[in-house]
Design a protein around this ligand. Structure first.
Ligand code: NAD
Length: 348
């Protein structure tokens, strides 16, 4: 591996997918630390609005580009974070071939960019690589239980292939790579229409609609607040010694979907009827990260309990709905139109 430049103070950091939910929170955090940030995003599921606060900041620039296309960036780069990929089932299933190519060709393009710039690389992988897990909680050495031909495969298998590329580049000494396996994350800047469990339940409650729950609602998830996650990503990127494998980042508190729904209802002080629908194909029944490695190698642990993180998240959705989410409604993005079609087919 080429010698990495030692930099002190402000770094030059590229964030692919920086206009999205987690990416925009990461850009904000990195800018607050005094770094220079270049965000690359094709605005498939991200929004310029998420980056509005940085317009005019000389340490920030935005490049509207698809990572599936070769990318050339002028000037030095110290770190590359790859968060570019639609992350909710309706959005990644809207154009599954593009999702797969984003994970494979897009990740390769960014790895090669990192290699040329002798930059450190962090891949945003996912708990979805464990599929519908047969081991609980999920440790990093669990190899997963994924259906490679199902409707979720473009994302699950795409992310698995991206991890393969990362570790081949690391093993051959070409790029210093770190891989974060991110579990369900929530917080401000999630899209109201992205079809994830937290956004669905909050938006339905705020709109006075019946709550949609797939299956019995006794399936479990672990929810990590976005500021905890962003801190974990930065710790993983900056830890001196390259970990010898992926690191789970998530909150190990495990909640049923029914419990999440009742927490949201009680925070808003309302009740709503519930409509149950069949579980989506390949939907995981249990999900909880084992974060021993993150605690040991990064001294990282999430500190925001679900009850506390829900408050600013509900506030964010309240403001976004009050503002009318006007732009999307006037001209819904391509993935929203396709997602409506998929939902009508019962495939989400
Ligand atoms: N949010 C979660 O709970 C979660 C869990 C596990 C993993 N992740 C991973 O974290 C990353 C960010 O997730 P998020 O929740 O912020 O999703 P998001 O959809 O809000 O953000 C993804 C961003 O990537 C951009 N993008 C998508 N395809 C692109 C392409 N080909 N070229 C350039 N930009 C592209 C989108 O426009 C968007 O801004 C994703 O890689 C996702 O797989 C998220």
């Amino acid at each position: 591996m080429q010698e990495r430049r030692l930099t002190t103070g402000a770094k030059r950091i590229l964030v692919a997918g920086g206009a999205g939910f987690i990416g925009s929170n990461l850009c904000e955090h990195l800018l607050a630390l005094g770094h220079n940030v270049t965000c690359v995003d094709n605005l498939l599921t991200g929004r310029r609005e998420n980056l509005r606060a940085h317009v005019g900041n000389s340490r920030f620039r935005f490049i509207d580009a698809d990572i599936c296309d070769p990318l050339n960036i002028e000037g030095p780069i110290d770190e590359v974070y790859n968060l570019a990929c639609a992350a909710s089932p309706p959005s990644y299933q809207a154009d599954p071939v593009h999702t797969m190519m984003t994970c494979v060709q897009g990740t390769l393009n960014l790895l090669q960019l990192a290699e040329r710039h002798v930059a450190r690389f962090l891949q945003a992988s996912t708990s979805e690589i464990y599929g519908d897990p047969e081991e609980h909680p999920q440790r990093e050495d669990y190899v997963g239980h994924v259906n490679c031909t199902g409707p979720r495969a473009c994302y699950d298998e795409g992310k698995r292939a991206a991890e393969t590329l990362c570790y081949d580049m690391l093993r051959s000494g070409r790029v210093d790579v770190r891989v974060a396996r991110i579990f369900n994350t929530y917080g401000p800047r999630m899209r109201p229409d992205d079809g994830r469990i937290v956004s669905n339940l909050i938006v339905q409650t705020l709109k006075g609609e019946a709550l949609t729950i797939y299956g019995s609602g006794e399936q479990t998830r672990a929810f990590c607040y976005v500021t905890d996650l962003v801190r974990g990503l930065v710790e993983l990127m900056t830890v001196a010694e390259t970990p010898d494998g992926p690191i789970n980042l998530g909150n190990p508190g495990e909640f049923t979907v029914n419990r999440l729904a009742s927490l949201i209802l009680s925070q808003l002080g309302v009740s709503r009827p519930v409509r149950h629908f069949p579980l989506p194909v390949d939907d995981p029944r249990r999900r909880r990260p084992d974060i021993d490695r993150a605690q040991e190698l990064l001294a990282w642990t999430p500190v925001v309990p679900l009850e506390d993180g829900l408050k600013p998240t509900i506030q964010w959705f309240r403001q976004t709905l009050a503002a009318g989410a006007s732009l999307e409604r006037a001209s819904p993005p391509q993935f929203v139109v396709a997602a409506a079609r998929i939902a009508a087919q019962g495939a989400t």
